[in-house]
Design a protein around this ligand. Structure first.
Ligand code: DUC
Ligand code: ZN
Ligand code: ZN
Ligand code: ZN
Length: 484
């Protein structure tokens, strides 16, 4: 049965206009003013609302073993939470166990994700280097449709990779038309600072923030950018949280390097004062890496979104219950790192971005959906309200209010770091490939309704403007000894 969304204003990343949207099956059949309803159509009245591409959250950790436990939201609860907040696709991190082959990790993730209620894709993590990993990366790209590889420059002794490993993996990405992602924090220095904090008797959550200052992120971001440039790959920097990292990305882009930065909604709205609470639980619930920063960094991130030097707003949804957080009661190094945000990202960013005039509604679509669809090579199948695109849509009511409360959330954890925030602007209806997934408070999407989305390798244009070209070009032999 065709579905007609009538009377709304269609908002894409590049323009808005009054238009109706006709859906046949899973895709958009037409976007035009005053579409005649085909016989037997169902009709959605979108009067007073915006019709936007569903959100894409490119950074989640669902049912992921991490720091001695497993994240509390799985693919079912996580994607359901996402749909209620207008997000119709997530890109999760496939994280191999130590020594596990990438191929077997992929199979594990496909199994876990069978319960997803919304569409999803994966990034593959590279946490060590070997001939086997080098070889398996080709299958990951060409057979599994994963064009991004994640690297942790922190979590020493666990996930961290060194510069040699980064160089090898980035170079392999370049050869395969894939893009490296980095968690950019200098893990060696973080480990030193953690020890120093513990030695001084700082064992609480504030020690977590003190041991991960903006400098460790700035250093690692610069280093990753240089290594990416020397290997001829683009680079995507996840959870860009501070001015130092943002400036490194902006500088690289101004020099013609293809580097992307992804602030999280948490870093845009919450600051370091969260760790000064007298309530251990409150602070520990907010322990994530990188930690929340001071206002000067928040201002820098907002400016980056406005200027286009930062392109994507994500969540790094990595939810742990208070009970799980309490593993680190005596030692902040054992508090599982991570916060949630999957169901709140869109209403929060609308309220704090569009509601304040910092972002236009088109820019909102860009940073929540269209930009990442293009960066991940799934545009315009995802990220656009256009003929032929998947009908992943949100009918956005700019007048709706949403009070954020743990007691009513879909995420499985027992608190919400945004507790007490009230949003103005929220989804009235979320559509997932043409089906109503969420409508007026009623969750209709079911377990298993989501589909795995393959993402093809990038065309070679992505290695333009690179030091790699010079490093690999035949050079003239220097003539004679150089005299000082
Ligand atoms: N940071 C977190 O807070 N959690 C998951 C991994 C990460 O890098
Ligand atoms: Zn466009
Ligand atoms: Zn990270
Ligand atoms: Zn993450």
């Amino acid at each position: 049965m065709p579905l007609l969304i009538r009377g709304g204003t269609v908002v894409n990343h590049d323009h808005s206009r009054r238009a109706d949207v006709l859906i046949h099956g899973e895709t958009i059949a037409a976007v035009a003013t005053a579409i005649e309803a085909p016989a037997g159509s169902a009709i959605i009245d979108a009067g007073g609302c915006y019709v936007m591409p569903g959100g894409i959250d490119p950074h989640t950790h669902l049912e992921m073993p991490f720091m001695g436990t497993v994240t509390a939201d799985d693919f079912e609860s996580g994607t359901k939470a996402a749909l209620t907040g207008g997000t119709t696709m997530v890109v999760d991190h496939c994280l191999p166990d130590p020594g596990q082959s990438l191929l077997s990790a992929y199979q594990d993730w496909r199994r876990k994700s069978e319960v997803a209620a919304a569409d999803y894709g994966f990034h593959m993590a590279v946490t060590s280097w070997s001939k086997q990993i080098h070889d398996e990366m080709e299958t990951v790209v060409k057979t599994y449709g994963i064009n991004t590889f994640k690297h942790f420059m922190a979590y020493k002794g666990a996930l961290m990779v060194n510069d040699d490993e980064l160089y090898n993996s980035f170079a392999r990405c370049a050869g395969l038309g894939a893009m490296p992602l980095v968690h950019a924090e200098n893990g060696d220095i973080v480990a030193r600072m953690q020890e120093a904090m513990m030695a001084r008797g700082v064992t609480g959550p504030e020690g977590h923030a003190y041991s991960r200052p903006p400098e460790v992120e700035g250093e690692a971001t610069n280093r990753a950018i240089m290594i990416a440039d020397m290997t001829g790959t683009p680079l995507y920097v996840v959870h860009t949280s501070c001015r130092e990292a943002h400036e490194a990305i902006a500088r690289a882009r101004a020099a013609g390097k293809r580097v992307y930065g992804e602030p999280l909604i948490q870093h845009l709205l919450l600051d370091a004062r969260e760790y000064a609470s007298k309530d251990w639980n409150h602070s520990a619930q907010r322990v994530m890496s990188p930690p929340f920063r001071d206002k000067v960094h928040q201002d820098s991130l907002w400016a980056g979104l406005q200027a286009g030097s930062l392109q994507v707003v994500a969540t790094d949804h990595c939810a742990f219950t208070t009970e799980q957080k309490r593993f680190g009661l005596d030692d902040f190094r054992k508090i599982p790192n991570g916060t949630g945000g999957l169901e709140d990202r869109m209403p929060l960013l609308w309220t704090a971005g569009v509601g304040t005039g910092r972002l236009t509604k088109e820019e909102f679509v860009a940073v929540t959906s269209a930009n990442i669809a293009r960066i991940l090579n799934i545009y315009p199948r995802k990220g656009a309200v256009a003929t032929g695109s998947d009908a992943d849509l949100v009918v956005w009511d700019p007048a709706a209010t949403k009070a954020i409360r743990a007691s009513t959330q879909f995420s499985r954890i027992d608190y919400n770091v945004f507790e007490g925030f009230t949003c103005t602007g929220a989804p009235a209806i979320t559509l997932s490939r043409g089906k109503i997934a969420w409508k007026d408070g009623d969750l209709r999407a079911g377990k298993g309704d989501g589909r795995y989305i393959e993402r093809p390798a990038f065309p070679p244009v992505h290695v333009a403007n690179s030091t790699w070209k010079e490093l690999t070009a035949p050079r003239a032999v220097p003539r004679g000894p150089v005299t000082p």
